[in-house]
Ligand binder design. Structure first.
Ligand SMILES: Nc1ncnc2c1ncn2[C@@H]1O[C@H](COP(=O)(O)OP(=O)(O)OP(=O)(O)O)[C@@H](O)[C@H]1O
Ligand SMILES: [Mg+2]
Length: 112
């Protein structure tokens, strides 16, 4: 079991959702987040001091069984790549457990 966390450009959300649906990944969590990558966010002058800012990003999370890992990562990657700075990142984490609270199911069967 893996947990995929993708930090993407907000305007790519609809494309990512469609790309994930196309590979049968329907269960996702989406949040609005702030972040900065290696460009350290935009800088702005505020009362004379330079501030390092945070950019609006979208976080897309999905827990998947191993069979879906490659296709899910590829779906996010290909739908978000423009080649410009800020396209985003995908983090893949080993997931120890999943519990569907309503039934008590555990493990891979509880994921989807
Ligand atoms: N190492 C990291 N740890 C935590 N969050 C990160 C990390 N790298 C990137 N992020 C998050 O992902 C967002 C998008 O990152 P971004 O695509 O700008 O990566 P980058 O390393 O700067 O590459 P690029 O040069 O293509 O912009 C960041 O705004 C931040 O929220
Ligand atoms: Mg960047």
């Amino acid at each position: 079991m893996k947990y995929i966390i993708a930090i993407i450009q907000p305007h790519k959300l609809e494309e990512v959702k469609a790309a994930l649906e196309a590979v049968e990944v329907h269960l996702i969590t989406v949040s609005n987040v702030l972040g900065r990558g290696r460009q350290k966010g935009f800088t702005e002058v505020y009362r004379g001091s330079r501030e390092v800012g945070l950019l609006k990003k979208i976080k897309v999370e999905t827990a998947v069984n191993e069979d879906f890992l490659e296709s899910a990562v590829n779906a996010i990657e290909t739908s978000c790549r423009t080649g410009k700075p800020g396209d985003g990142k995908i983090f893949v984490i080993d997931m120890a457990e999943c519990v569907r609270i309503g039934t008590g199911e555990r493990g891979p069967v509880a994921i989807g």
